[in-house]
Every structure is written in C-alpha cells, then in structure tokens.
Ligand binder design. Sequence first.
Ligand SMILES: [Cu+2]
Length: 469
Amino acid sequence: MLTRRQLSKLGVAAAVTAVATATGAANHPSPKGPFSVPLPVPSVLRPELRTATHDIYRLVMREAHTRIASGGDTRIRGFNGAFPGPTIRAKRGRPVIVQQVNRLDTPVAVHLHGGHVPQPSDGHPMDLIMPGASRAYLYPNDQPGATLWYHDHAHMLEAENVYRGLAGCYILTDEAEERLPLPKGRYDIPLLLRDAALAADGSLVYDVHDIGKRSTTMVNGRATPYLRVAARKYRFRLVNVSNDRPFALKLGDGSPIVQIASDGGLLPAPVTVDNVVVWPAERAEIVVDFSRHRPGESVTLDNLAAYPGENPQVMRFDVDRTAVDHSRVPDRLRPLPALRTPTVEREFVMTTDMAHDRYLINGRPFDMDRVDFRVKAGAEERWTITVPEDTYAMPHTFHTHLAQFRVVDRNGKPPAPEESGLKDTVAVLPGERVRVQLRFTSYTGRYLYHCHMMGHSAMGMMGQFEVVR
Ligand SMILES: [Cu+2]
C-alpha cells in the first residue's frame, strides 16, 4: 500500500484529486472514450507435446499488428505475434520446455522472471538468440505456485523489446494452492499493466528518456478496457510489465481490496488494503468481491500513482449478472519458509550518473565480462539496497534472478504485511534502505541482479554474480 508520504515523494499527489473529478464521466462512456473496448484475456498456450515427464511449448517471436486504442493499428513485437504474449500455465513438479524461435530483426534472450531456473535457461544476455535462430529453455517448476512472467533480456535492447510487446504471463500452480477455495477457472484472470506513448496513427513511440509521454495505460494490451463480471469474487493476478511506471490501484467505489499473493506466490495470510502497489516487474494477486454490486452497476480501477494531468482510470468492471459463488479467501494461505542466520552480508547502492547518462550499482555500470561477486551454493545471504537521497535520486526496483527473497526491513522497520511474503523485486525510493534475505540453491553459474526500471538496466544498472560450489 502506498502511503500519502510515498505518493508525494513520487510527485503524484495531484492525481489523487484527479480521481475524484474524473469518475463522474465514467458512467457515460463515449464510443471513442475510455472503456469502449472489452478486456482481452491472453490465450492459454497449448503444448506442442505432452510427454510422460515434460510439457513442450513453442513460441515464435515476430512482428504483428494489434489495436491498442481507437486511432489505428499498432505494429508490435510479440510472442506468437500476441500483445501481450500467450499465458503459459504450469504445475509444480512438472517441468516445461519452451522452444523460442526468433523471427524478429533484433537479438533476444528470454528470461522467466521469478523462476528458479538452471543457468543455461535463465535468459542471460550472453546467451542471445540471434535473428532466425531458436533456443530451448527448461523450466523445472520446482518452486511454490506463483504468478511469473517471461520477457526479453537482451542487454541494452530489453527496454525497447519489452516496450514493443515481448512479455507474457506464466502461471505456476501447486497442489496445496489448488486445494484452497479461492476463485478459479474463468474467475482467475491475469491483468498485465503497462503504459506507452501512442502516436496519432497508433504507432508505439519509444524514447528511453521521455517516460512522461507514456500516458496511455493498458491492461492486457488494450487502453482503458472494460470487463463484464458476475456479482461474485474474482482473483486477479496483477503483473506490472511496464518499463518504468508504478501503479497504486484502488477501486473507484473505495471498497477494500484483499491481497493474497506477491511476486513469489501466496502470502501467509490475506491482507486487506485500501490500494495495492505494483512497481515495474512486481506482481500482486488480489481478490475482489463484486457481490456488493447489483447487475448494471460499474466500478473503476484507478491508479493513485497516475502522473499529474492523466486520467487515473485504468479499467472498469461492469457487473452484468449474478452468479453462484462457493469461493472464499481462507484466513491462512501458505506458511513462509523460516529465515536462517545469514552468513554473508552485501551492500548495493543505486545511483544515477547524469553527466554520462548512466545508471550504476555500487558506482559501476554493467559489464558482461565482469563477475561482481561470487556466492556459495546453498548460502543464506542478507543484502542491503540503498538509494542515496541526492539531486538525481529517483525510485528504483531491485530484482535478482534465481532466488526469491524476503524483505527483512525497510528503513529499519518491519515490512508491511503485503510486502512480507516471497518476492523477487523490491522498490527502493530515494533515501530508503531496504534489507532482503535470500537463500541460494544448488544451481551454479552466472545470474543477474538489476533495476527493473528497464530504461535504467539498459543504461547500466545491472550486475552479475556467479554461484559456485
Ligand atoms: Cu532504476
């Protein structure tokens, strides 16, 4: 949940007032205005082959046209030409192989964000898939159920590739989670959130610096869509796939939101919040109960972190029917793994070098040929991430590959309940100091850590560690 102080740090407090003034118009959508297109739900990818042990998928990265908003078609780069890509649904204990075919004219590397993955399948930018080539990625799925996502990770190209569409959702479930009485099936929907700058002809304008112009927000690739819902509970998997934009989402009618999961899956217990925050690459799963509405009523989803002057409305839910609802949110969801005493402590300082247009971790930009530190397989480590409060300080989102972590404290205080679960990405605002704790497994090799504001990582805010025995 974003506090008023954090909102003012982002310079977006003005947007809070804008929410109140904009909602009046929401009930009368014009054909070309917001809420004129239905929310698409990305299709679930079918395996090419199901063997006794593996599900085998194939995805072709190619250019295609889509319609984001009224105004014209948009040329995108998509997995199977889809914007966003198809959803892969996997089950814990059953490995997946994805054959990725590159029919774009740019090199790519596909990373499964949040996945516990052996090094050759991690999408390290040294393992590029060149145009015309392909690569098979093995995902063991040996971690608890979680909403993951896959995206390009070619260094210095990732920001534009993802901006142009190379992102998709990967939903991992497990048996314990499936036994919980949470909303399922058609009542369990991923919402991939992002923004873009759209030209008048509908084309995507990419400028790594001018993020302020990306004022079209999208859900599942459509600008301000509507979703027809039944008057019952839904599970929504919020995935922030945007390059740089945070969302702080609140229901337009002010009713509370129940958050059940974060990046690494279910929280120990549900948390009721006024708004739910997802920074770039973060995920949050929420349960929204529309039974408080009658058919014919609507409720918007608003972004408290909208930039000043923007329409803060992200999408609208139109309740159009009643439905039987046997789902419920249990009081306990999933216990967290215990923290061990860490054996190693490390510090990460995230800064901006405006003179050279670079973003740095510990004073250095990414170097493919440099291993920044080595980690012992099986080690429990505590990492401290700080963003000094200086002239060019800005929020960053620290992400590490391979391991999920737990936030130990934020500025010396215990994390909020919704930030206490398993995570792989954490926001650090100017002047903040966040400590996280993570445990490495037996996988060895080079993995990345970086800021997930993609313009920042593309401009150097990234490093690599090597796990050794
Ligand atoms: Cu950053």
